[in-house]
Design a protein around this ligand. Structure first.
Ligand SMILES: NC(=O)c1ccc[n+]([C@@H]2O[C@H](COP(=O)([O-])OP(=O)(O)OC[C@H]3O[C@@H](n4cnc5c(N)ncnc54)[C@H](O)[C@@H]3O)[C@@H](O)[C@H]2O)c1
Length: 257
């Protein structure tokens, strides 16, 4: 029988206190990885790390919370150095922290504050964590970076201009990093989920019946966080040895409908 798919790997998952990041931390631990839940909200981060630790079987998996603000270089540097000191290296960076808010809109309606908020969190946060993590991943012999894009990088949805711009940037940054760091044996891919039922998105859908109707155009219904987490396991594992620079849709077919 094959062993756990991420045995011996050390992973740093940002925004892993909730939703997709938390589900990914749980799946990575199940697959034998040592996972740092890097999260700005300590309460959510501690709870997610405990729940991920509970998934460890005999495969060597573990999880630990470290507070981290992905938009702050000192915070990111400290969190990644602590990760390497605790677990002896770094192989996987999952740039997951991010998300849209109801303050997004058309370029005319959306505020400048919302534009810079989402660019700073989703795009700059991805740039910054990668900048700090890549030398450590290279020193550990290579590994994988998984960025979080969105179906909104691939199709237009009304009133989501700022978020779409940030996630389109993440898709382009993914290709740039994949090319630049292949020689260091680092693969870089992104996941493009469509509507995925994290608590944050469930609350958005409850407030907005028009958004909730989007389920009609999803061929297998709206996604659950574990559907995205399963793609992250594949991209993080050696099974994806020649997959790099890709934006992988996990979207219930919405981009082809
Ligand atoms: N849920 C969806 O429908 C969906 C669809 C496409 C893409 N995505 C993307 O997937 C990712 C996760 O989405 P989710 O729905 O699970 O979100 P979520 O809101 O449930 O979780 C995001 C986590 O990030 C944390 N966070 C926020 N700012 C941070 C910061 N500066 N530093 C560190 N952590 C921070 C939050 O506290 C939260 O725990 C996001 O990048 C989002 O854009 C989500």
């Amino acid at each position: 029988m094959p062993g756990p798919r991420l045995a011996g790997k050390v992973a740093f998952i940002t925004g892993a206190g909730g939703g997709i990041g938390r589900a990914t931390a749980e799946r990575f631990v199940e697959e034998g990885a040592k996972v740092v839940v890097a999260e700005i909200n300590a309460e959510l981060g501690e709870a997610a790390a405990a729940s991920a630790r509970a998934k460890a079987g005999n495969g060597g998996g573990d999880a630990h919370f470290i507070r981290c603000d992905v938009t702050d270089k000192a915070s990111v540097t400290k969190a990644i150095e602590e990760t390497v000191a605790r677990y002896g290296g770094l192989h996987i960076l999952h740039n997951n922290a991010g998300g849209s808010t109801p303050q997004d809109g058309t370029v005319v309606d959306a505020s400048e504050e919302e534009f810079w908020r989402v660019i700073k969190l989703d795009l700059f946060g991805t740039f910054l964590c990668s900048k700090v993590a890549i030398p450590h991943i290279a020193k550990s012999g290579g590994g994988a970076i998984i960025n979080m894009s969105s179906n909104l990088a691939l199709m237009a949805v009304p009133g989501r201009a700022a978020y779409g711009a940030a996630k389109g940037g993440v898709a382009s940054l993914t290709r740039a990093m994949a090319l630049d760091h292949a020689k260091q044996k680092i693969r870089v891919n992104a996941i493009a989920p469509s509507v995925t039922l994290s608590n944050r998105v469930k609350a958005l859908l409850d407030q907005n019946p028009a958004l909730a109707q989007m389920g009609d155009s999803h061929l297998f219904g709206l996604g659950q966080p574990v559907h995205i987490a399963n793609m992250a396991v594949y991209l993080a594992s050696d099974e994806a040895a020649i997959t790099t620079g890709q934006v992988m849709s996990v979207d219930s077919g919405v981009t082809i409908y």
